[in-house]
Design a protein around this ligand. Structure first.
Ligand code: BGC
Length: 757
């Protein structure tokens, strides 16, 4: 025992020593550079221009190439391909005075060329291993192709589905989103950032970007500190704790100061309170946008940003062009610039770029490790896990491979829309559309017939705006009625109709806010016409946000929400439609029954007048025209099998802050198919020093149960599980009564009570 202890101590000392010598080596390298760098060269490291896309050879004479040579560039992004990247790196390490290598960034958001579901879809897997693996594969591919830095994970909590970027995040819940943030950072960075197959992550958008007023992108954010700390900040903090190498400042303001120049945010909170040691980059033109925000001219906003703790300027060149003048005029000190430069150099050191600037430029790897059949198979498997079965009346699904299947809708045959938003490295033309996925799956067992049936939207201008970046849907110029008639004719001769409707890939994502979050009317008309044929209809819903599906939920027997499943979407959808994979996805954002309920989320406060009886109740907190309930609650998702829950068993009904209590529940697969279930633990803090939500997710476990099998799922509850940020923003667990709720979604739960003494 004693021996073990001594060995343990020695091992710890060894690790601490290794860490220290790594830091010392880093300090030595960075100090040696900083000693010889001119002020201009230091400022140059803070500059991150967008390369646009060069093909090999073109880059050499570009304006950017000249800047690299002058030492005016710290990193580049929007450049793809190992040859083009190598060429740029060569300029930096051969032609610039100090030979400092460049960072190469990219928005590798949900996969590189092998594309995984959009992050909102990925979050619906509730499978941290799968999520980590998706980031691992992305890092593997990106690093094989020259990239060493990704602008991901995006961990903005979003509770307003009008905001298009809800698609890029992990939903509405801080606990789940924090778990995902950790998994993503682990996946990208691994345990050794200098390994050639790991890349640096950049957590974004710091902070609160998802709470933009009215769901309009880039809009103002204004929020109480206690909501920030309890609901919006936890995922960023989790990423920092997981060792995220960099953070991206968000476009929005916080307390009247844009995040990009917000000293409280970038220094007091991020560095002093959370201990972040990496670097902070602005978002795209985030620095110069502060002119429009109205806090100064380019020189003023650039100096304010650096003084606040910003280290790198994406695209604005405000830092590059004004900081020297600001130093001369005494508006900022050289020491502040040195500090920012140090952080950029440290990142390069951590990535191993000083040892080998071409560490991520291995042509052989680029040929053999990208878009491999293994990676695509992983993407297909994870995509199938992300789909959420919202409705399945009469067990219309899974479909049988027989007879004639009519595939109808504008999303049926569009490879370029499968990957979803922010898939810049994707080979869109090679993504698997639903039509070919289904055809491959049925082979000669069934006949698949196809008609488009409707355009994305009757309004051609809206459709053009929602299908940018080469993601057009081949608009059909026949009348909407003619398109519909053709589809109905086909549907009448079929045994079952699969309608692939919803949004295009670019209808969500950046600058894609919507005030109407229903399926576009022309597609709804098509759906009505299909239902009127009397044939069974399955709605395969493509979307990047929660939609209002109130009508569809009454009229269509089966709804499978497939988000945007990535490069392998078509195959993955076929896997689920035909029951080769049993769906297990659960919603991570609430689906409202009416847009007027937005923002609607499960972890709301109780109010002083909660609706206690039946809707409608005068002088209680409810609406005249729609009940408070969502259409589909957080955590909801069906399966082809059924699960039943026993009662909650607590190991004790009281605990002290030093104890733990376990809460167990028996879950049984009561159906005839094997399947996975996400068992969810919610806790209600009944009385607090500040008002507390009606429930909060505090644990979950995804269990696989064979038909008829039972498992007991156990959660351990400690003081940490019960803690929150109080009015003084202290993380505390307050003595008192708690309600434990365990169930299949945030509404259907079994409860038990206990007290913290
Ligand atoms: C987005 C970021 C992205 C950046 C670089 C910005 O417009 O807000 O999420 O990382 O562009 O492409």
């Amino acid at each position: 025992m004693k021996k073990l202890f001594v060995f343990g101590l020695l091992a710890c000392a060894f690790v601490a020593c290794e860490k220290k010598s790594a830091t010392t080596a880093m300090d030595a390298k960075v100090d040696s550079l900083l000693r010889v760098m001119t002020l201009e060269e230091k400022i140059g490291q803070l500059n991150l221009p967008s390369a646009g896309q060069f093909t090999t050879g073109q880059a050499l004479n570009s304006d950017i190439a000249k800047k690299i040579e002058q030492g005016s560039v710290g990193g580049l992004f929007n450049i793809k391909g190992v040859a083009a990247i190598r060429e740029m790196q060569q300029i930096a390490v051969e032609k610039s005075r100090l030979k400092i290598p460049l960072l190469f960034g990219m928005d590798v958001i949900h996969g590189y060329e092998s594309v995984f579901p959009i992050p909102l879809g990925l979050s619906c897997t509730w499978d941290m291993q799968a999520i980590e693996q998706s980031a691992r594969v992305a890092a593997q591919e990106a690093s094989a192709d020259g990239i060493n830095w990704t602008f991901s994970p995006m961990v903005d909590i979003a509770r307003d589905p009008r905001w298009g970027r809800i698609s890029e995040g992990n939903g509405e819940d801080p606990y789940l989103a924090s778990e995902i943030a950790r998994a993503m950072v682990r996946g990208y960075q691994g345990t050794d950032l200098s390994a050639p197959n790991t890349i640096m992550s950049c957590t974004k958008h710091f902070a609160l970007y998802g709470a933009s007023e009215a769901g309009r992108d880039y809009n103002t954010v204004d929020m109480s500190r206690h909501r920030m700390y309890n609901d919006y900040l936890p995922p960023y903090k989790a990423a920092v704790e997981a060792g995220a190498g960099s953070m991206m400042a968000s476009f929005n303001e916080i307390d009247g100061i844009p995040a990009t120049a917000n000293q409280w945010l970038l220094t007091d909170l991020l560095r002093k309170e959370w201990g972040f040691t990496g670097f902070v980059v602005s978002d795209y033109t985030g620095v110069s946008e502060m002119i429009a925000h109205g806090i100064g001219d380019l020189q003023e906003v650039s100096a304010r940003a650096v003084a606040a703790g910003l280290d790198m300027d994406m695209v604005s060149e405000g830092l590059l062009t004004t900081l020297k003048k600001s130093v001369d005029e005494g508006k900022i000190t050289e020491a502040q610039i040195t500090q920012a430069c140090r952080r950029i150099l440290e990142a390069k050191f951590k990535l191993g770029l000083f040892d080998d600037p071409y560490r991520y430029c291995n042509e052989q790897r680029a040929k053999t490790e990208v878009f491999t059949s293994d990676n695509r198979a992983t993407a297909r498997k994870i995509a199938a896990q992300s789909f959420v079965l919202l409705r399945n009346e009469g067990n219309v699904l899974p479909l049988k491979k027989q007879g004639t299947i009519a595939l109808v809708g504008p999303l049926v045959n569009t490879a370029v829309n499968m990957a979803g938003t922010w898939s810049v490295a994707a080979r869109h033309a090679e993504s698997v559309p639903l039509l070919s996925g289904l055809q491959k799956s049925v082979g000669t067992q069934a006949r698949v017939v196809y008609a488009k049936g409707a355009n994305l939207d009757a309004d051609a201008v809206l459709e053009a705006n929602a299908t940018m970046f080469g993601k057009g849907l081949n608009r059909d110029n026949r009348s909407e009625a003619a398109l519909r008639e053709e589809a109905v004719r086909l549907a009448r001769q079929s045994d079952v109709i699969v309608a692939a409707l919803g949004e295009s890939a670019e209808m969500s994502g950046e600058a894609s806010s919507r005030v109407n979050i229903e399926i576009p009317q022309t597609q709804k008309d098509l759906l009505q016409a299909l239902i009127a044929t009397g044939k069974p209809v399955v709605l395969v819903l493509f979307t990047g946000r929660p939609l209002v599906l109130t009508e569809e939920s009454k009229q269509v027997p089966a709804i499978l929400n497939v988000w945007f499943g990535g490069s392998e979407a078509g195959d993955a959808i076929a896997d689920v439609l035909f029951g080769e994979v049993n769906p297990s996805g659960k919603l991570t954002t609430t689906f409202p029954q009416h847009l007027g309920q937005v923002p609607i989320f499960y972890a709301h406060k109780n109010t002083g007048r909660p609706l206690t009886g039946k809707w409608f109740s005068k002088f209680q907190s409810n609406y005249l025209d729609v009940p408070n309930e969502p259409l589909y609650p957080f955590g909801f998702g069906l399966s082809y099998t059924t699960f039943s829950y026993g009662d909650v068993n607590l190991s004790a009904t009281e605990m002290t802050a030093r104890d733990t209590v376990t809460a167990s529940i028996e879950v049984t697969n009561t159906g005839t198919r094997d399947g996975a279930e996400v068992v969810q633990l919610y806790i209600r803090d009944v009385v607090g020093s500040i008002t507390r939500p009606v429930k909060e997710l505090r644990g979950f476990e995804k269990v696989f149960l064979k038909a008829g099998e039972k498992k007991t799922v156990t959660f351990t509850i400690s003081a940490h599980t019960l803690s929150f940020y109080n009015a003084e923003l202290k993380w505390v667990a307050e003595p008192g009564d708690f309600e434990i709720q365990i169930g299949t979604n945030s509404q259907e739960v079994k409860t038990a009570k206990f007290a913290l003494k």
